[in-house]
Design a protein around this ligand. Structure first.
Ligand SMILES: [Zn+2]
Length: 75
């Protein structure tokens, strides 16, 4: 229905946070070409820093609120 110019690969349970190994909900594409994955917790924590170095931030934290039965392992 919608045409997406940059088809982002959805994050899955296979994608883990680089900091705590929880399930990742943010993918940060760096201007240098690298890629970082963060859980919702660390995504928020590092957001100000990430925005300085990110070419693109794929935010799927809305999945957390969409599925209340999941994502409760970290508080
Ligand atoms: Zn984390």
């Amino acid at each position: 229905m919608t045409t997406v110019l940059t088809p982002a690969t959805p994050l899955t349970a296979e994608d883990r946070c680089d900091r705590c190994n929880a399930q990742a909900y943010l993918r940060v594409v760096l201007t240098s070409g690298g890629e970082l994955l963060f859980c919702a917790h660390h995504g928020r924590k590092f957001e100000p820093e990430l925005k300085k170095v990110a070419a693109e931030i794929q935010d799927e934290t809305e999945k957390l609120t969409a599925t209340p039965s999941a994502g409760e392992e970290e508080r």
